[in-house]
Design a protein around this ligand. Structure first.
Ligand SMILES: Cc1ncc(COP(=O)(O)O)c(C=O)c1O
Length: 393
């Protein structure tokens, strides 16, 4: 019998979400209605931020947050090369230049010392990313930003549920912080995002720019600045409200799956697990990314897992080595060696709140098997033969 597929990610959606969306459909108001303000208020409260602005995606939120921070054409913004490409793209949307700096080898977040060394007279802002839900060292970045007169915008797209050592939720430190609600995130609205803020004027600017530059009092067709269509629909906001209700439960489930992985993978030689919480910082579990032993053939591991119906993904590739960025920045290999070493070996395994212990065990056994076989070309063939099926990739 073929192995039951194990996807990389899977949202938890139940009757509450169905009811919430149907209620909006029946109300007839599908955008710019009451769910928008309700979702924003509940989210801000959850993060402990004075304000929140809902937007159509995390990427849109990053674009508007950078604009609100004053980033303009010709500016430089220092950020991590080990992130989803959207964090660097949003800087380019502002006609500014992303300047990468290397990462910390343990947390995999932007290294504050490397970021400080990258400051030039053109630097306008720093954009730390809370990668894989682990809190970036915001106290250090706040000190650096204060000393050099720079703005800070936090990419918290992967970090809902994470906390800093002082107990503050990520996104609640008064810097504009951006969350993402794509389908694999801790909370999903299908597509969507949220910017948390401490400044009423910045909220006004973001609310206007997400709606084509319309005046906040919604005077009909008075567009007093350049804007975009980055609105989040009422359907998505209703979904978000329903997801917020079950967020604590989903975060607990994610942490429990991570614990099972830790136990199951701990004994596999050379596989490096995500760093444990340290110094009081707490990860908001988003993905479970391991680093394979040096020299392992990652492509073959992926094929061997796929032969057993298990999805996995090289995650994340280094942004500065992507062809678009290579051409743009003319910076090739060797420039950010820690990021490159990590990116070469990183593999995201299936990870979602309702993942069972048995599924975790299956992933661990297949991974161990693939590595024992040296993850050489033979491994995929052998795995296919054992499962009697075709590789999924
Ligand atoms: C670190 C990071 N930044 C930005 C984004 C962009 O978010 P979205 O896909 O909602 O535009 C993501 C989403 O995957 C992300 O992981």
């Amino acid at each position: 019998m073929a192995d039951e597929p194990i996807p990389l990610a899977k949202p938890v959606l139940g009757q509450a979400e169905e009811r919430a969306v149907i209620d909006v459909l029946r109300s007839g108001q599908l955008s710019l209605g009451p769910k928008l303000g309700e979702f924003e208020a509940l989210f801000a409260e959850r993060i402990g931020a004075p304000y929140a602005s809902a937007v159509s995606s995390g990427t849109a939120g990053l674009h508007l947050a950078l604009r609100a921070a004053g980033v303009q054409a010709g500016d430089e913004v220092i950020t991590s090369p080990f992130s989803f490409v959207a964090s660097a793209n949003a800087i380019l949307y502002c006609d500014a230049t992303p300047v990468f700096a290397d990462i910390d080898p343990v947390t995999l977040n932007l290294d504050p010392a490397a970021a400080e060394a990258a400051i030039t007279p053109r630097t306008k802002a720093i954009l730390p990313v809370h990668i894989f839900g682990y809190p970036a060292d915001m106290p250090a970045f706040e000190r650096i930003a204060g000393e050099h007169g720079l703005a800070l915008v936090e990419d918290a797209c992967e970090a809902l549920g994470a906390r800093h050592a002082d107990g503050a939720p990520v996104g609640g430190r008064r810097n504009p912080a951006v969350f993402g609600f794509y389908a694999n995130k801790q909370l999903t609205t299908g597509e969507g995002g949220m910017v948390t803020l401490a400044d009423a004027k910045l909220k006004q600017q973001i609310d206007s720019e997400r709606n084509q530059g319309r005046a906040p009092d919604m005077d009909w067709l008075d567009h007093d600045r350049l804007g975009f269509n980055y609105r989040l629909s009422e359907l998505a906001c209703a979904l978000g409200i329903a997801q917020l209700d079950r967020l604590d439960e989903m975060l607990t489930q994610r942490a429990s799956v991570a614990g099972s992985y830790r136990d199951a993978l701990g004994a596999i030689d050379g596989v490096q697990l995500p760093c444990p919480d340290a110094g009081g910082d707490e990860r908001g579990w988003f993905v479970f990314v391991v680093q394979l032993p040096a020299g392992a053939d990652r492509g073959e591991v992926i094929r061997a897992l796929a032969a057993h119906g298990i999805q996995s993904k090289p995650y994340l590739p280094a942004i500065h080595l992507m062809s678009f960025y290579r051409e743009r920045t003319s910076r090739g290999e060797g420039r950010y060696p820690i990021c490159e070493r990590v990116a070469e070996r990183s593999l995201a395994l299936p990870f979602f709140p309702e993942m069972s212990e048995q599924q975790v065990q299956r992933v661990a056994a297949c991974l161990s098997d693939a590595l024992e076989r040296g993850a050489a070309p033979r491994a995929a063939g052998a795995a296919r033969a054992r499962s009697g099926g075709m590789a999924a990739s």
